[in-house]
Design a protein around this ligand. Structure first.
Ligand SMILES: CC(=O)N[C@H]1[C@@H](OP(=O)(O)OP(=O)(O)OC[C@H]2O[C@@H](n3ccc(=O)[nH]c3=O)[C@H](O)[C@@H]2O)O[C@H](CO)[C@@H](O)[C@@H]1O[C@H](C)C(=O)N[C@@H](C)C(=O)N[C@H](CCC(=O)O)C(=O)O
Ligand SMILES: Nc1ncnc2c1ncn2[C@@H]1O[C@H](COP(=O)(O)OP(=O)(O)OP(=O)(O)O)[C@@H](O)[C@H]1O
Length: 489
């Protein structure tokens, strides 16, 4: 792209030095700079990108976007702006030619259920024969190939690049998990969503947002940023059973599609039943009531498929075709996913790491447990992140017959500090604290008896445990199966 054209999007800037004719790439990481690139210096939480500007020049950057004039050696122009963070969104969207306008963009936000709802919507698109891309906690899924990503919602550059790649691969839609961090930090600048979905808002991430009010308002940006252009065919999907939905409904002029189980909603589930490893319910829709039988487990998944149904209905897909897909849906990876084993116990891998998700995961398993058997629940939490949620997590876990409190990416925090905080919330004495997660998993197997159910919560799809700043391979399922074979076979 011509440098002049790219930079014409910046209304407030000072250019020092001679601009090159073309820019071949945009980068924010000096380690991935290509020749003839524009490098934007981002002030991070750990380091300041301005300190890597010279490295970027050495690697071939010919334009540096900076908040102050830098002493740089080499042939390079500097573009001085007030905020490189904001500039990043503007330049990234322009560089990739605003790719979101060419796709049906669906954004899913909420404390719990983003990965599940986004994955369900993506799978329905694929089942209906529509090419769709998916981005979120599990990575970036483009035509079945999964690319790793560090964040649930990536930085603005990576976000625009993913959408561009989806467009170039011929995708018709892109489904994105939208985190509150992503919204607040401007990672979604320039993304023009067609449908915005809200799952729920409960305690999490208060280390970053401070209060629930701030956290809820950050999520609200997804709805307010849909804009005011009523000629656009945009839709908002809200959970009628979550009080925040009323607030979000006020933030947008676009049609609201509600879903829920308890309160009145356009898409409502009644007569939910959990039997024989299946979930059954009646789905009330604007076109009548439809009986559903699906493989996804638990009430929380009833909410998740209702949300997905509302998205497709709003976009005018026929109800019967969507239901056919819902009934075929496989479990979402690491979300109440049953481990296939020969063992005489049932093992579920789950990603619950908030108080609400723990409650929902346990409730999902309880209907499948016989009175004489135990529900064993193992849960950990991350080191150095929101500590205030720890006791409430254990309080919710107390519904299980036996609880094992452990760690989930302890980072630099001592095991005992994490499990000690969790233990403060326990409501009964049938629990133990084992900081080493592998040992904790083995302990769960050691106390299990035939017929028992174990939920390993918190790791979900992740195959590692972060101790200090190193990722060690770790799989709850593998450790459990090996320990189970020694015990039962
Ligand atoms: C606190 C936070 O959000 N940090 C994010 C931030 O990292 P950072 O501020 O530490 O960046 P930094 O390492 O200081 O680097 C600053 C700049 O210098 C550049 N740099 C750095 C080193 C170098 O050699 N050369 C160089 O140019 C970097 O590329 C960057 O542009 O920018 C990175 C790149 O965009 C993110 O990956 C990183 O997310 C970290 C991994 C993270 O854990 N974030 C969490 C808090 C988060 O955002 N979570 C949400 C919610 C998840 C949920 O819902 O559960 C999410 O969306 O993931
Ligand atoms: N709609 C829901 N309501 C409450 N809990 C849910 C819901 N959907 C899933 N869960 C629970 O929350 C856990 C995390 O689900 P999921 O990964 O879909 O959420 P998420 O919002 O993407 O979380 P994260 O951003 O941390 O990845 C699941 O393993 C399950 O226990």
């Amino acid at each position: 792209m011509y440098a002049e054209e790219l930079l014409s999007t910046l209304m407030q800037k000072r250019i020092v030095g001679q601009l090159p004719r073309v820019i071949k790439d945009v980068a924010i990481d000096s380690r991935s700079v290509q020749p003839s690139s524009l490098f934007i210096c981002i002030k991070g939480f750990t380091v300041d990108g301005h300190d890597f500007a010279q490295k970027a020049v050495d690697a071939g950057a010919t334009v540096i976007v900076t908040e102050r004039l830098l002493q740089l050696e080499g042939e390079v122009a500097q573009v001085i702006v007030n905020s490189t963070d904001r500039t990043l969104g503007i330049l990234a969207a322009k560089f990739f030619d605003y790719p979101s306008k060419d796709l049906t963009m669906i954004g899913v936000t909420g404390t719990n259920g983003k990965t599940s709802v986004a994955g369900i919507i993506h799978n329905i698109f694929v089942g209906l024969g529509e090419k769709s891309a998916l981005s979120g906690t599990i990575g970036f899924n483009l035509n079945g190939v999964l690319y790793e990503s560090a964040n649930t919602t990536s930085d603005a550059l990576n976000t625009q690049q993913m959408i561009f790649r989806a467009k170039m691969e011929g995708c018709r839609a892109m489904v994105m998990e939208v985190s509150s961090h992503g919204l607040q930090l401007g990672r979604l600048a320039g993304v023009d969503y067609d449908v915005a979905v809200f799952t729920n808002l409960t305690h999490d991430h208060l280390d970053f947002h401070g209060t629930m009010e701030n956290y809820g308002n950050a999520k609200g940006l997804l709805f307010s940023q849909l804009g005011q252009d009523l000629e656009k065919n945009k839709h908002v999907v809200l959970n009628a059973d979550d009080a925040w939905s009323a607030r979000y409904a006020e933030m947008t002029p676009f049609p609201i599609w509600t879903y829920g189980i308890n309160n009145d909603a356009i898409f409502k589930a009644e007569n939910c039943r959990y039997e024989n490893g299946m979930t059954y319910f009646d789905m009330i829709t604007p076109e009548g009531t439809f009986p559903i039988a699906m493989h996804l487990l638990g009430e929380f998944n009833v909410y998740n498929v209702l949300a997905a149904m509302a998205v497709f209905y709003a976009r005018q897909f026929p109800i019967e075709a969507i239901i056919e897909q819902i009934e075929k849906l496989p479990p979402v990876k690491g979300r109440m996913e049953k481990v296939d084993t020969e063992l005489p116990i049932q093992i579920f891998i789950d990603y619950a790491h908030t108080p609400d998700a723990i409650e929902k995961a346990i409730n999902a398993a309880l209907p499948y447990k016989k009175r004489e058997n135990k529900l064993i629940f193992l849960v950990g939490t991350g080191g150095g992140r929101d500590k205030t949620k720890r006791p409430t997590m254990a309080e919710k876990a107390s519904v299980a017959d036996y609880v094992i409190l452990t760690t989930d990416d302890p980072r630099y925090e001592e095991f005992d500090s994490i499990t000690g905080d969790l233990a403060k919330g326990m409501q009964h004495d049938n629990f133990t604290c084992i900081g080493d997660r592998a040992e904790a998993v083995k302990h769960a197997i050691s106390i299990a008896e035939p017929g028992d159910i174990i939920i390993f919560a918190g790791k979900g799809h992740e195959d590692y445990q972060i101790i200090e700043n190193t990722k060690y391979p770790h799989s709850d399922a593998q450790i459990a199966i090996e320990a189970g074979k020694l015990k039962f076979v």
